[in-house]
Design a protein around this ligand. Sequence first.
Ligand SMILES: *Cc1c(COP(=O)(O)O)cnc(C)c1O
Length: 405
Amino acid sequence: MSAVVAELVTEEEAIAEAIKTIDDAFIMHTYNRQPVLFERGQGAWLFDSDGKKYLDFLGGIAVNGVGHCHPKVVAAIQTQAAELIHISNLYYSAPQAKLAEKLCLTSDFEKVFFGNSGAEANEAALKIARKYGRSMSENKTGFVTAHRSFHGRTMATVTATAQPKYQEPFRPLIPGFEYVDFNDIDALKAAVNADTCAVLLEPIQGEGGVYAASKEYLEAAREICDDNNALLIFDEVQTGMGRTGHWWAYQGFGVVPDVMTSAKALGGGLPIGACLARGVAAETLVPGNHGSTFGGNLVAAAAALAVFDVIESENLLTNAEVVGRYFSEQLREGLGDALTEVRGQGLIVGAQLARPIAGHVLTESMKKGLILNAVGDSTLRFLPPLIIKKEDVDSAISILKEVIS
Ligand SMILES: *Cc1c(COP(=O)(O)O)cnc(C)c1O
């Protein structure tokens, strides 16, 4: 940057500009970045390099469930990092064992496998199902997943993700996957047969635009899987860890899968994923079948234990439910005809815009200090931390009103 230009901008702006230049030069262009450099976070707020503050209604894409830099999470990370960071899965680990126990105590599952992300948690689930199926018959290897789903970016999970835009560049995909329309019981019945090893579903499709399954659909899925000796897998990478007002979204539907995956909010911002299973599925993998060098890393596991502690001690399940309902109501009332539909449960909320202006809403909200997410041209997605209060909702609604009117 020339001295003349440097004089026209603040030092902070110059630094942010330099970071952007280095980023553009050296990082693969897999994301279109927003033009902002965040430097600090606290609770539901982020602060950029100019000191401007933003109310975070995206929460690092459903990751910052207990907000940014929660003191208990920070302390857990600092303490564990000073004691022991990594030992590999060849040895026992106190934080990992305690976290596995906590995951099982808050759910209906019996055993946990740890990876580092949502995709890895789903890979583990798919491998459990394949091995489970093949133990019965060589041909019992088929998966059924839903259109508009999202399960990750690895080869198997992108194959499970029934959205052509994510799949096309990477064909040929993994064989054995079939796709059905979400919430269509007859289609599921027709697709599942003796050669199906598992049905994989999100109880609420998140990335696809916040579409909840009906209770009847998940009940039917349970029955169809049972009739065909197939495993029912729920991907709760986005819906779990209290987001819907339950620890796990399936608990709100009253339908228990055989396998469930978690990641995103689990580690309070540190990378960790978990695949939980019960019954035969919990005993399917044996030594040598599967592994992960970093999976269940001590620092990430310690952070996750702190996240559980915060959700319990701050009553965040109730808060997610109460403030989530208030948010949905305020969206309906406050934005009126600008929205055709408000979907979701707790603090996973989707708003369907009457006009295709989602990109504009995102950009203008950002300028006014509100962070949200756009799915396509006409859907807004909100995944705020579970700690938000009604006042935060009021602030967000007033910005959205200004931007959309
Ligand atoms: C984000 C997400 C994933 C992928 O998680 P990564 O950590 O990005 O691999 C999988 N499933 C669902 C439902 C998700 O929302």
